[in-house]
Design a protein around this ligand. Structure first.
Ligand code: CA2
Length: 152
């Protein structure tokens, strides 16, 4: 088992406004900051045989560009597309090209919120979805990813 010597690379992409996590709307999104989440994921990765990189952008095209870098470079992708979940055919089209596992994460339960949040353009393109479990959803996604890419 080559957990630390040959880690597989996982990218975590956070969509628009998630840079505000922990600083606004704590009732909906909790008190943990994005920096806290990213540093926890970076720490957890090696325990699962994974190397984790994170990227946040408020810009749709920048997210598309980052997804395109996955081809040939990544073992798996975890993405919270935030509001683009419900609007972005461009991000969906970028994801469709990938042949690696994709896990869609939402901190809140989008199905318990306004009707416009119930539809995800990513849901049927992703390998799986984790919603409504707070920021813990990211850590669960990384653990699930280790199973999907065969490091645990
Ligand atoms: O529950 C999620 O993770 C969402 O992807 C979060 C998005 C929302 O548009 C989706 O419907 C569900 C919003 C992210 C905005 O994050 C903020 C965090 C703190 C303060 C303000 C916004």
């Amino acid at each position: 088992m080559a957990k630390t010597s040959d880690p597989k690379h996982i990218m975590v992409i956070h969509g628009p406004n998630l840079n505000l996590l922990g600083r606004r709307e704590p009732d909906t999104y909790g008190q943990t900051t994005l920096a806290d989440i990213d540093s926890q994921l970076k720490k957890l990765g090696p325990q699962l045989g994974l190397e984790v990189s994170s990227f946040q952008s408020n810009h749709e095209g920048a997210i598309v560009d980052t997804i395109q870098t996955a081809v040939g470079n990544l073992a798996g992708l975890i993405i919270n597309p935030a509001a683009y979940t419900h609007t972005s055919i461009a991000i969906r089209d970028a994801l469709i090209v990938l042949t690696i596992p994709i896990i869609e994460v939402h901190i809140s339960n989008i199905h318990r919120r306004e009707p416009f949040r119930h539809h995800s353009y990513m849901a049927d393109v992703a390998t799986g979805q984790i919603v409504g479990l707070g920021v813990n959803g990211y850590y669960l996604a990384l653990r699930a990813m280790a199973g999907l890419v065969g490091t645990s």
